[in-house]
Write a protein that binds this ligand. Sequence first.
Ligand SMILES: Cc1cc2nc3c(=O)[nH]c(=O)nc-3n(C[C@H](O)[C@H](O)[C@H](O)COP(=O)(O)OP(=O)(O)OC[C@H]3O[C@@H](n4cnc5c(N)ncnc54)[C@H](O)[C@@H]3O)c2cc1C
Length: 508
Amino acid sequence: MFDDALKQELANYLKLMESDLSISFSIGEDQASLDMKQMLDELTELTDRIKIEAGVLDRTPSFSIHRADGPTGISFAGVPLGHEFTSLVLALLQSSGRPPKVDASLIDRVRAIDRELKFETYVSLSCHNCPEVVQALNLMSVINPLISHTMIDGAVFSEEVESKEIMGVPAIYLQGEFFGGGRLTLEEILNKLGETVSASHFENKEPFDVLVVGGGSAGASAAIYAARKGIRTGVVAERFGGQVLDTMGIENFIGTLYTEGPKIASSLEEHVKHYNVDIMNQQRVSSLKKSELIEVTLENGATLKSKAVIIATGAKWRELGVPGEKEFKNKGVAYCPHCDGPLFKGKHVAVIGGGNSGIEAAIDLAGVVSQVTVLEFLPELKADAVLQERLYSLPNVKVIKNVQTKAIVGNGKVEGIQIIHRASGSEEQIDLQGVFVQIGLVPSTEWLGDTIERNRIGEIIVDDKGATSLEGVFAAGDCTTAPFKQIIIAMGNGATAALSAFDYLIRN
Ligand SMILES: Cc1cc2nc3c(=O)[nH]c(=O)nc-3n(C[C@H](O)[C@H](O)[C@H](O)COP(=O)(O)OP(=O)(O)OC[C@H]3O[C@@H](n4cnc5c(N)ncnc54)[C@H](O)[C@@H]3O)c2cc1C
């Protein structure tokens, strides 16, 4: 179960436990039960602070974590290894009383919840978006005795997954009803529960010297460069971390051979927090205008003022915009092959898009599903030759070029896709169970309206100092016309914009 390196790592973590715990488990004769029991036995060999005992739980195999004063509310159904291993370690440490690394204001919001909440999250162990949700809900359970949470491995409880028609993970259920899907932070979960931060919270904020809109690679870099000049800096972001949160392996973050997006995102947050930066996360900006100062209005109605603003709102997945896409999201239409691929095991799926991300997705999925059909709008694939070579070597992949997607069809879930062959105009329906959309990204700049000049595809037009058409407003990263959309480029753009904003401030 645990190899020697993992045992050593786990033993070191378990030394950090602050009190004794007990684990109640329910097992059967199946392989997952045997694996779970072996994992629990090995856990107890590494520490004498954890005792295990057989009990009666809702699901088999599963186990729940208890403190001396009663249950923590945390249960795991299935074996939390793979990406969920960290969730297990954190659940044990936090249940034992080890303080979480979370803002005190968020902990207060969780404590203030005064109703019973029973959460269940279906995950796949290869999903890199799932641990954030599992860890947030586990933490809520540790903090507030009215809250409980069970992580459920969809591969072990496939009948539940089938009966609930789950086709995307993480899939979160609250009191048995679908609550949300995809990556959600603790703050996002609280907002979804209605525990939002009101506009009055922002009322008495003094104007900023530099206000950064967006908390991705570009925004974080801009905030650090601005704060290091000793000026009053704020960051307002819908989702701090941005796109890197959705990226698995990264091999071109210069100076680091290999890392993962969520790791970069948390070190960005840690770095920004090291300085005196006012981070306003989970807040969406809806407009910007220039009066005496620059005014940025949030969706909750609050207005923030600043002498200079840096826009770093990045980009988001491009949608197909065909009938059925919205209707079947999480019911067969997916955007993240790493996360949702395992749920299509043995099924036939389409990948729409023949660029690098589409072909990488198709290669990845071909190892899990029964058949992959790649649909490309142009007469040729655009992906790198090496990827195409690999793709064409796979026996269960079919490539159809020069086709347009007309609609995604089904009844409650995806059952097929309708395509038009562009050369002949003839139509075809392919029966399949999943559609992965991989047709690139669009800049998140629609909220700007006509205030700032943008190009034909919505990118903010910037000069080589990151200045926009509106004096005092700078922009950086994927939302701009800066060529090439990459992490270090966005970070460099962020630094340039911050230094330019500082230059602007000392001259005005
Ligand atoms: C699947 C995938 C894999 C990738 N792999 C790599 C790789 O291996 N190497 C590499 O270098 N690059 C990679 N990239 C590209 C890289 O992630 C981006 O170029 C980079 O992260 C862009 O950073 P950004 O700060 O400009 O934008 P984003 O990361 O998009 O950040 C935008 C920020 O703005 C916020 N925001 C958006 N709208 C609003 C609003 N209205 N109000 C408030 N906040 C808002 C967002 O919540 C977010 O915080 C990959 C991208 C994807 C999608």
